[in-house]
Design a protein around this ligand. Structure first.
Ligand code: ADP
Ligand code: ZN
Length: 754
């Protein structure tokens, strides 16, 4: 059926020879039919972009299907205004993948498509070019003679000289600026036939030309590595979908396995995608792949639209066969895709926070399945979801048991903070042990890293006497304070209670809000070690990529003694002179109002532990906590993921959390509180009625985390559904009917936290 507002084109009737279904990048859960005239008919096929007018505006849309008939009344149809591509920008498989994303993550097909296409392809005329200059073919040094020694030709001489010295095309803009010349001399040189001016799509960014770090290609793989590579290569040979969990501690040689498997794929004419967390997308990581494979496309969030477009085209043309990138690189149009690697598969940053709210790891598995590729999920601390999939034999489990170097894993010291009080009886931020170690490390001119969990600012109530957090008695999840309501709320089941005066566990009137940020740690550190050179890295101090690189550079050159930071510094950093690593409070992470709190804590501690003991100097790792018995901390300190996973898996099952259930979260947001409450209550009522028979639990409405944000009220409803049955798909169907109403709702399938 056609939208009502789209009627009455008061023009002569359209001579349609074909009808195209198109997806628009708008939050509407349907496609629209447009007529195609004979002039365009041969180019309108699924996957091609077209320009259409929609509610009076010209928009770029993607053709999803064509038909020779339509039941839309002819008078209401409008015609496709233009066809923007000669061949589909998305092949059938990618189109299919976007359809899956729209269905699974409950968004419009056009919204899913918009995640796949580079921004520059989502508008007309988006293919802007820049002017580049290079010497004309056959022109060499000898031609400088004709310009030499004449003052009037001096500028032309310098331009040609520079272009001859440059090894490739030079941006006109850069050249004229650098030589401080106008366009005149450039034009004269073109007239003389000495140089060529060309329009090209913007050049890829410096990451590509940056320093390459060679990585030794270890001729002898360890037995575990060899087994993994062999198993995966067999699957590549068989064109077989093979999802695998590559589980191995930091330094066990996972990266080497990725590199080998990609080599095997390339040797068979197949391509590869490597996903890494944005933060790990450093020139170093990229360098390893460049060094091994040469033509690698890098996709990261710091690139301009034109750079992304250029990369995308290099991939699509088959020029680059390996793509390394963050989340969105999963959509790279790699030809004959043979391998997808998801490094650090447990990383929460793989989940996109805005529409379409997809999880790149899960999309990777689906994409691999659609094309019959290998999908390697690598981690030292797998997500419970992947761990269960591996244990249930849905994924192949490949283990790397030891560090490739043979170095033992570092010893982790757990420091009990329960006895640590200052002279006034207040809990201390630094234990005496950590303080001593810090002073000693600084005195030896070695370096220290201190981690503080930024999210420790979460307003959680914590008892200073018995060290229990106030938890929801239904969910075993920390309750958070809602300032406006002056109540504690559970983000999981939406229960609310008044703020208690005394601790429900020990009855002491000693409840306090938990959390000390990185700033506070830095302040106290300056008291303990006034002469130490301290650097801080968190989202407040690190606004730009350059800040990040600068601070790390200083630390790497030994210009800082102590680096204080959030999780931002926990990954991928390798500093040989660091001999002390401290987690200031593992409690902050442990007591997050999130059923994944234990999993995140395990990941944090073991990641930090993986930072040390890489070089020759012996290292201390100190974890400060009041929860010295907590399995996530005890197991992480002992490098025992298996025991942790066993325990945590049972907890998830007991409390009905993923991977034993599926979650879906709906958030309403509006300036008008009443509207938000009405809309959410209405939706919750319908969901309860309709989903009851499907065993879906509907919780809320209740204030969402950050219940008031920039003057907008936020309310949410949670759904928890059994793994089998029609519950979730019914829920999606109901929500997609409700979603046109205002205030609009945000649907998050498999939310990252809850
Ligand atoms: P991971 O990705 O699991 O953290 P890496 O692949 O980075 O581990 O390997 C850790 C270190 O071990 C690197 O310095 C790497 O060069 C080295 N390494 C990897 N495989 C081997 C091997 N087969 N023999 C010797 N050293 C190896
Ligand atoms: Zn609860």
């Amino acid at each position: 059926a056609q939208k009502k507002g789209q009627q009455k084109a008061k023009k002569p009737p359209i001579e349609a020879v074909l009808y195209a279904e198109v997806a628009l990048n708008r939050p509407m859960r349907r496609e629209y039919t447009y007529a195609v005239t004979a002039a365009f008919a041969d180019r309108v096929v699924p996957g091609v972009r077209v320009a259409v007018s929609f509610s009076g505006k010209r928009e770029v849309a993607v053709v999803t299907a064509t038909a020779t008939e339509t039941d839309v009344p002819k008078g209401r149809l409008k015609a496709v205004d233009d066809v923007l591509d000669d061949e589909p920008v998305l092949d059938e498989k990618l189109l299919e993948l976007t359809r899956w994303i729209a269905d699974y993550y409950a968004c419009a097909w056009g919204e899913a498509l918009s995640a796949v296409l580079p921004a520059a392809m989502k508008r007309e005329g988006g293919r802007k070019t820049v002017a580049v200059l290079y010497p004309a073919p056959g022109v060499d040094e000898s031609r400088l003679e004709e310009l030499e020694g004449k003052p009037s030709l001096e500028k032309q001489y310098r331009v040609l000289r520079t272009l001859l010295d440059a090894r490739g095309p030079v941006l006109r803009k850069d050249l004229t600026k650098k030589l401080n010349v106008t366009f005149g001399p450039v034009q004269s040189l073109v007239k003389r036939g000495l140089i060529v001016i060309d329009q090209v799509i913007a050049a890829p960014d410096d990451l590509l030309s940056g320093d390459r770090e060679a990585r030794p290609r270890h001729a002898a793989l360890t037995d575990d590595q060899a087994t993994a590579v062999t198993r995966l290569t067999e699957a590549i040979d068989a064109d077989e979908f093979c999802p695998a969990l590559l589980y191995g501690v930091t330094g066990s040689g996972k990266t080497e396995v990725y590199l080998r498997v990609i080599e095997e794929a390339l040797a068979r004419g197949k391509g590869a995608i490597v996903l890494v967390p944005e933060i790990a997308l450093t020139p170093q990581t990229v360098g390893w792949f460049l060094d091994r494979f040469g033509s690698v496309a890098v996709l990261h969030s710091g690139m301009t639209d034109l750079q992304r477009l250029d990369m995308w085209q290099r991939v699509r043309s088959g020029e680059a066969r390996v793509v390394v990138g963050a989340r969105s690189a999963i959509f790279a149009p790699v030809k004959n895709l043979g391998v997808i690697v998801v490094d650090e598969e447990h990383e929460p940053s793989y989940k996109q926070g805005s529409v379409p709210r997809y999880h790149a790891r899960d999309v990777a598995v689906v994409r691999a399945k659609n094309v019959g590729a290998v999908c390697v999920l690598g981690s030292a601390t797998p997500s419970l979801e992947s761990w269960r999939n591996a244990n249930q034999k849905r994924y192949v489990l490949l283990r790397l048991r030891a560090r490739a170097s043979g170095n033992p894993l570092p010893k982790v010291e757990i420091v009990d903070m329960r006895g640590e009080r200052d002279e006034r009886g207040k809990p201390r931020l630094f234990s005496r042990r950590l303080e001593t170690l810090l002073r000693e490390t600084i005195a030896r001119s070695e370096q220290s890293i201190l981690f503080i969990n930024r999210r420790g600012f979460a307003p959680i109530l914590w008892c200073q006497e018995c060290h229990e957090t106030l938890k929801c008695n239904e969910c075993d999840v920390a309750m958070t304070w809602h300032k406006r309501l002056e109540r504690m709320a559970c983000h999981s089941c939406c229960k609310e209670i008044p703020v208690p005066k005394a601790c429900p566990s020990c009855t002491a009137p000693a409840l306090r809000f938990l959390g000390a940020g990185s700033q506070r740690v830095e302040e106290i550190l300056r008291l303990i070690a006034p002469h130490a050179r301290v650097g801080r890295m968190d989202s407040d101090t690190m606004m730009r990529r350059e800040d990040y690189e600068e601070t790390l550079g200083q630390f790497g050159r030994g210009e800082l003694d102590v680096l204080v930071g959030t999780q931002m510094i926990a990954k991928g950093l390798d500093f040989p002179r660091v001999t002390l690593v401290g987690i200031v409070s593992a409690d902050a992470s442990l007591h997050q109002p999130d059923f994944r709190a234990s999993e995140r804590t395990y990941q944090l501690v073991s990641q930090v532990a993986g930072r040390a003991g890489r070089a020759d100097l012996p290292g201390h790792i100190v974890v400060q906590t009041t929860a010295t018995e907590e399995p996530s901390i005890v197991c992480a300190a002992a490098h025992d993921y298996d025991s942790f996973a066993l325990h945590e898996d049972a907890e998830r099952e007991r409390h009905g959390y993923p991977p034993y259930t599926r979650l879906l979260r709906v958030v309403w947001e509006d300036e008008d509180e009443k509207r938000v409450l009405e809309a959410s209550s209405h939706a919750a009522k319908i969901l309860r009625e309709e989903l009851g028979p499907h065993q879906v639990q509907v919780m809320g409405p209740a204030p969402a985390p950050m219940a008031l944000q920039r003057g907008r009220h936020r309310v949410h409803v949670m759904l928890k559904a059994p793994l089998s049955g029609q519950g979730m798909s019914r829920a999606r169907a109901i929500l997609s009917q409700l979603h046109t109403q205002r205030p609009r709702m945000a649907i998050d399938v498999d939310p990252a936290s809850m």
